[in-house]
Design a protein around this ligand. Sequence first.
Ligand code: DQA
Length: 145
Amino acid sequence: MKKIIIINGPNLNLLGQREPETYGQLSLDEIKEYTEKKLPKNLVQLDWWQSNSETEIIEKIHEIFSKKIYDALIINPAAYSHTSVAILDALKLLSIPVVEVHLTNVYRRESFRHSLLTAQASSIIMSGLGKDAYYYAILTQLNGN
Ligand code: DQA
């Protein structure tokens, strides 16, 4: 069975309450439940992890690098996507596939969201799929993309 870790960055713990007209009505826990229900049983083991702290995210990526137990990383670095060379550098440590996801289509939003520094380290970027973002990101890994 594949083992995938899903990292969510700052403010995503408040999905459902945070700008619902932009990010939707579902909380992160509800998106997790929605995603897991749609997936075929016993094909993938998911670890969902969220932090608002850049340091903690970097340390989590270091742990993924040293423990080598995951087959892929799906990451929504949220606002840090646009600013964090430090997260980009940490992601470059990894030899497993990295899929960067954004719930919204960042290219339809403010211009400061158009630069995705962290995406340089990912094999796939998905932007604009809303609550389906994680589901489709996981499928790319089950289909061997
Ligand atoms: C986001 C887009 C980012 O620009 C924003 O800062 C977020 C969420 C998204 O999922 O659409 O926090 O990553």
